[in-house]
Design a protein around this ligand. Structure first.
Ligand SMILES: [Zn+2]
Length: 330
């Protein structure tokens, strides 16, 4: 749990715990279709992707003001600090809020308020990654990028998330080109439910530096070879893969095989309020279920800093990696 680590695949909307959802609902006069936090907590035990997405987007209705977004991010950072997180690159989905009438500036400035004081308060350095919803149109993604322009100093990178099947990376070629021209870095979800070809497209068409998930590369040995050769980081989310049925059980997760193949793997929590654990819990779970020993856990932690966008502070990256190397497991 206390092993220093970076979290590189974390949707801030996926950190909304039932208690905070009820607090924000009461404050904003939003009626939730659940009697209390207990009943909502039970709804978090969804059985399939659709019921997860319904709940996930439904609950966002409680987020309205800058204060709400600041509180959401602050709650995550406080929790992450107890899980050994020292650096976090945080996804947010502006379209999920602007489509409800919340201005993009409210979302970004609210999140940024919590992120700005994170290093001092929690010892966690942070970056923001703005994601486009891939089941929305390419035009909508471009409008989102345009709307974000007054806030670009807050944003380090763009990403691509939500339902993957039928929405190949190439659909977003133009908006990634525009993001690149604005100096933003690029990542994308690919190869979670979509085929290995989507991973190639994300690399070749969008020019991404990291693949989020990328699990299904294992179906394509040539692609694995390339990812190893080019040292492309993968941000894996084992607990999410189990809950969304990408794998049947954690014991069957290919993480150990992927590390054996020489892939630059990291483990992350994705939507921790919904998927049964934060990133420290995830390290613990893969240790238990996959028998990953201390050196493998150390490798995952080291990889998380290697794969991070800490180029602006190489000194911090080197210091955190040194802490991982000398960490004494309890
Ligand atoms: Zn994700």
């Amino acid at each position: 749990m206390s092993l220093p680590k970076a979290e590189l695949h974390l949707h801030i909307e996926g950190t909304l715990e039932p208690e905070l959802a009820f607090t924000l609902a009461a404050r904003n006069g939003v009626e939730l279709p659940y009697k209390d936090t207990e009943e909502l907590r039970r709804a978090y035990l969804f059985q399939d992707l659709q019921s997860f997405l319904d709940l996930y987007y439904g609950l966002m209705a409680v987020l309205h003001t800058e204060d709400d977004f600041a509180e959401l991010a602050e709650a995550y950072l406080a929790r992450a600090a107890t899980q050994g997180v020292r650096h976090a690159e945080i996804f947010f989905d502006p379209q999920a809020h602007t489509s409800r009438g919340v201005p993009i500036g409210t979302v970004i400035e609210g999140l940024a308020r919590a992120l700005d004081r994170s290093l001092e308060r929690h010892g966690i350095s942070t970056l923001l990654i703005m994601c486009f919803l891939r089941d929305e149109s390419a035009e909508s993604a471009m409008e989102t990028l345009d709307a974000a322009k007054p806030h670009l100093h807050r944003i380090a990178a763009v990403g691509l998330d939500s339902a993957e099947a039928g929405h190949p990376p190439s659909k977003f070629r133009e908006v990634y080109k525009a993001a690149d021209a604005l100096g933003l870095r690029k990542v994308a979800h690919a190869g979670e439910e979509g085929p290995p070809a989507y991973i190639r497209e994300a690399l070749d068409v969008l020019g991404v530096e990291r693949i989020d998930h990328g699990l299904r590369c294992m179906e394509d040995p040539e692609l694995v070879e390339r990812l190893v050769r080019e040292r492309v980081p993968l941000t894996l989310c084992p607990l999410s893969n189990v809950r969304l049925r990408a794998v049947d059980t954690l014991e069957e997760h290919p993480l150990a095989r992927m590390m054996d193949a020489g892939l630059l793997c990291t483990v992350n929590s994705d939507d921790p309020a919904y998927f049964g654990g934060y990133v420290g819990d995830t390290f613990h779970a893969v240790h238990e279920a996959l028998g990953l020993g201390e050196e493998r856990l150390r490798e995952l932690a080291r990889n998380s800093f290697v794969a991070s966008f800490l180029e602006g502070d190489e000194e911090r990256r080197a210091r955190l990696i040194a802490e991982v190397e000398t960490y004494d497991f309890p």
